[in-house]
Design a protein around this ligand. Structure first.
Ligand code: SF4
Ligand code: SF4
Ligand code: SF4
Ligand code: FES
Length: 944
């Protein structure tokens, strides 16, 4: 294995469609118009020396190292800023140029510490390389003049250092922060000799607006910006390309190793979802893999109040198998079930649902998509015919109008947000529909044209009002509707949508959005060119989540914004592999590929391959499993990589359900909250410890590659195999690629997928089959998957969760950048410095009425329960609305949330809870008890 090194072409690729041919050092080269001479040279392997150029950012032309001669032109232009021209003849090397370059290098080196041997960048430093490339042999100016060698190091960021003494002021970092990340945290301050890189208002990186994406560190050609892990461990010597295991963007990374130690994660420029960029989580927050809390031995106990006892894999798996068989013998075949993980690979998820259907003999399988994007699957399949987003991420480059509804991409999908912000800086218009003023609404060089700050729970009313304007003002794309959509369905929908109760004026009062704002946004969406919808859990996690998804699909069809680049309806999926978990048949009613279990032909296909008879009846969803457990008919569960106690609604009900079971098997990295109710704990493996695939929000199937051996001995898929075997069923796979072969064999949309294909293509987007051998970046081109687009009537029905005198405020929940979901991983990294606790955001007006000051402990109570946390006073939330994150278990925001759920899919209504906020003296009694119990149920017996 070697270090995968990617070519740096010096400047970004030109998108021009016309080619020009020129000659460089006697070789002809043909490149797109607008390409720099530097890049054209690199295309034919001629490396022009460079320092300030880097192909992730536009050329700047400051270092003067890349100068060349062009026949017929005076002087020595910089090859990074000079575009090619037809017939141009370029010389990159001669005695004159060499001398000029040496002079430039001499100046740089005279103000640079000569500590190469002890520098952490030694061996991987462009300054060092360039000194060699230009043949620098002496520095005539000496090192005694004025210099920057004593400048102080800034180590305030937990993950990287900034050592100005090594800075050559090339501004690559500044441009990376602006162009790639879009945060604008860095500037070159001062002039001439005094010019230097400044973070924020010339403050520490930690105190500045920096979001720790690391783009500047990656761009820096010297050791000025350097990962602390490289300083500690040394330069990596081999690498493996894999996929991030945090969010649904699915960034591709090179895991760079030294021996079996991970040194750093470097986003891959070949990654089609991220093109060389990342966020703080994927790049830096991988320390959880080695955290002391990781459980590395299987454990069992009789009762949940007993201490855990470490046992062998055989004993733990044997106990799980015998318990499950005992329960089935006593209470019936359907008394057990399982939960697949959206954090695990496709192959692992496929195996768990197969285990349940084949070995357990029922369909009691579900996944966390139940609590996030199940309405997406249902809503999009009913309207378009496919349960997934319609575009690739690159499509946003061609959007003229972007609507972001109920999503906070700068925090939850940061790499896509950077991409979107770039397009917005280029001039695309933005509409944000969100109760909260998210960063997208106004940030550096980005401002939404409209912010529809609606009251939580009124999405459908607002979307219907947008559609009302489009239909009543004659903005429907009639040609598209006539050619592509079901005429009768459109007529029914149009008749419904023009009703007066759907007008902006009728909904303004209860949605809180002025009618004129809705009208303006509707006109912009319908007439502003290519218009794309991106949405998140702020749409789906409602009692009308599915209706809202359908309403967005209606909007896209009515305006013809579907079926080409720059448009579409796109869920920003939360977990890394939630798309894959759904695709792999995790749901109780669907086999892989979204085929209903009651469909005889599909069942026959699987029955033939698996050699069993499948139950044609859908099994239990997670909430039904818990209800059945409380009723005494459901007694055992296998939970792979999910923490339902923390992530599912109505914590008290979840804990009651788990406590009522006789055998709870949890397979995870840590003793998570759910494991407090477990009898058997099977230590899971991180994404670094296994092979497989993840599927991101663009339907992109990306490889996960084993970087190190599973620390507990088995990868997650091997544990499931062992459990199946112990229960009497051999599943003979020796590698996850064989599981993918089975998925491809049984699932038409995956028919063309294999590890060989992924090796060759890097990644592919499903459907990938004979019709689309290279995958499908954009769906519904020419016709919808279901044939004609299906408009559906989307009546607004207010949630039953109502505010009133006792609970006058509405709570909505979300994520922040540094933490991830229930925080099990990110809380075990240095990311905690940014978010030590969940806080309650409350508007100054509501705070004042209650005498609450910033930082005060407050009691947050709903009809379901109460908790205490500290307040943050901010006008990001509107009066009447409060907001919190759910990353910390001892806050337990889900104690507050109710058990209302989406009518079609049971997706919980996390985003709307009527609450009251009042003063408190600190953690509630419940939280104190929780902490005590938490200690007790996690006790591990000392090994003898
Ligand atoms: S880490 Fe990212 S946000 Fe911070 S300064 Fe560097 S590029 Fe900008
Ligand atoms: S910190 Fe690095 S990238 Fe930024 S100006 Fe200095 S040397 Fe260049
Ligand atoms: S954007 Fe998502 S996938 Fe990409 S690095 Fe961040 S967490 Fe990982
Ligand atoms: S690399 Fe062209 S001027 Fe610096």
């Amino acid at each position: 294995m070697s270090l995968v090194s990617e070519i740096d072409y010096g400047t970004p690729a030109s998108k021009a469609e016309t080619d020009v041919t020129l000659t460089i050092d006697g070789f002809a080269v043909t490149v797109p118009e607008g390409t720099s001479i530097m890049r054209a040279a690199m295309e034919i392997g001629i490396k022009v020396p460079k320092l300030c150029a880097y192909d992730m950012v536009d050329a700047f032309g400051s270092c003067r190292l890349c100068l060349v001669e062009i026949e017929g032109r005076a002087g020595t232009p910089a090859s990074c800023t000079t575009p090619v021209a037809q017939g141009m003849v370029v010389h990159t090397q001669n005695a004159r140029i060499a001398k000029l370059r040496r002079n430039v290098m001499e100046l740089y080196i005279s103000d640079h510490p000569l500590d190469c041997l002890t520098c952490p960048a030694n061996g991987n430093c462009e300054l060092q390389d360039m000194a060699g490339a230009v043949g620098l042999r002496e520095v005539r100016y000496g090192y005694d003049g004025e210099n920057h060698l004593k400048s102080e190091k800034d180590a305030s960021n937990p993950y990287f250092t900034f050592d100005p003494s090594k800075c050559i002021v090339c501004s690559r970092c500044v441009r990376a922060c602006e162009e790639v990340q879009g945060t604008f945290a860095l500037t070159i301050d001062g002039r001439g000799f005094a010019s230097h890189v400044a973070a924020g208002m010339d403050e520490d990186f930690f105190d500045s607006e920096c979001v720790s994406c690391g783009a500047c560190v990656q761009a820096c050609p010297t050791a000025t910006l350097m990962e602390k892990s490289v300083v500690e461990v040394g330069q990596p010597e081999h690498s493996v390309v894999t996929t991030c295991a945090y969010c649904g963007v699915g960034c591709s990374f090179k895991a760079e190793m030294r021996g079996d130690q991970l040194v750093r994660m470097v986003p891959s420029k070949d990654g089609k979802a991220n093109h060389g960029h990342s966020c703080v989580k994927g790049r830096f927050a991988w320390g959880y893999a080695n955290h002391q809390d990781r459980i590395l031995k299987p454990m069992i106990r009789e009762k949940i109040t007993d201490p855990w006892r470490e046992v062998s894999w055989d004993e733990a798996i044997g106990r799980a198998a015998s318990e499950f068989r005992r329960i089935q013998a006593t209470y019936g075949r359907t008394a057990i079930g399982g939960i697949t993980s959206s954090r695990c690979t496709d192959e692992e998820t496929f195996l768990v649902q197969k285990l349940i259907r084949v070995v357990f003999g029922n369909n009691n399988t579900d996944t966390c998509a139940r609590v996030c994007h199940s309405p997406t699957g249902y809503g999009l399949s009913k309207t378009f015919g496919t349960s997934a987003g319609t575009q690739d991420f690159d499509s946003v480059d061609e959007a003229d109008v972007v609507i972001v509804i109920g999503a906070n991409p700068t925090d939850a999908h940061p790499v896509f947000a950077s991409r979107m912000k770039k397009r917005l800086r280029e001039g695309a218009k933005l509409i944000v529909v969100d109760p909260r003023r998210t960063d997208l609404v106004r940030s550096a060089h980005v401002e939404a044209t409209y912010h529809l700050a609606l009251r939580p729970g009124t999405n459908v009313a607002v979307m219907n009002a947008l559609a009302h304007v489009i239909v009543t003002e004659g903005l429907v794309n009639e040609g598209f509707v006539r050619d592509r959509c079901d005429a009768e369905a459109f007529a029914d929908w149009a008749a419904f949508i023009i009703r007066p109760e759907n007008s902006p004026e009728a909904v303004a009062a209860f949605t809180g959005v002025p009618a004129e704002t809705i009208r303006g946004a509707a006109r912009l969406y319908a007439t502003g060119g290519n218009a794309a919808i991106y949405y998140g859990l702020g749409v789906t996690e409602h009692s009308q989540g599915t209706t809202a998804v359908m309403a967005m699909a209606n909007l896209a069809m009515a305006t013809g914004n579907i079926g080409r680049r720059g448009v579409g309806v796109n869920p920003l999926r939360g977990q890394n592999n939630v798309q894959g978990a759904c695709d792999m048949g995790s749901f109780p009613h669907e086999l892989p590929g979204y085929r209903h279990i009651s469909d005889g032909a599909t069942r026959a296909l699987f029955e033939k391959d698996w050699g069993v008879t499948l139950d044609p009846e859908p099994g239990l969803r997670i909430p039904n499993m818990l209800d059945a457990a409380c009723d005494g008919s459901f007694k055992g569960i296998y939970i792979q990589g999910e923490d339902i106690l923390q992530s599912d609604p109505d914590t008290h009900h979840v804990s009651a359900g788990l406590a009522a079971m006789e055998c709870v098997v949890v397979q995870d990295l840590f003793l998570n909250e759910t494991a407090r109710y477990a009898h058997i704990f099977l230590p899971g493996s991180t994404f670094l410890e296994k092979d497989g695939t993840f599927i991101n929000a663009e339907r992109r199937i990306g490889r996960v590659r084993k970087v190190m051996q599973p620390r507990a001995g088995l990868a997650d898929w091997e544990i499931t195999l062992a459990l199946a075997k112990a229960m009497g069923v051999e599943m003979p796979y020796s590698h996850p690629s064989e599981i993918m072969d089975e998925i491809a064999r049984l699932t038409p949309t995956f028919a063309g997928v294999s590890y060989a294909k992924l090796e060759q293509a890097g990644s592919v987007q499903w459907p990938c089959n004979d019709k689309a051998p290279n995958g499908t970046p954009i769906m519904h081109i020419g016709s919808f998957v279901r044939g004609k687009g299906n408009f559906l009537v989307t009546e607004y029905v207010a949630t039953d969760e109502k505010t009133g005198p006792r609970f006058p405020l509405l709570l909505t929940t979300g994520r922040i950048l540094s933490q991830y979901n229930v925080g099990a991983q990110t809380r075990r990294t240095d990311n905690v410095v940014w978010h030590e606790e969940d806080r309650l955001e409350i508007h100054p007006h509501d705070a004042e009425q209650r005498g609450i000051r910033d930082g005060d402990w407050v009691r947050l109570a709903s009809r379901a329960g109460e908790t205490s946390l500290r307040a943050r006073i901010t006008d990001r939330v509107a009066p009447g609305v409060v907001y919190t994150t759910f990353h910390h278990p001892d806050t337990q925001a889900n104690v507050i949330t109710t058990d209302f759920s989406d009518w079609a899919t049971n997706c919980p209504e996390y985003k709307v809870t009527a609450v009251q906020v009042s003063h408190s003296n600190g953690p509630s009694e419940w939280q104190v008890r929780y902490r005590e119990l938490s200690e007790q149920t996690r006790h591990i017996e000392a090994a003898e």
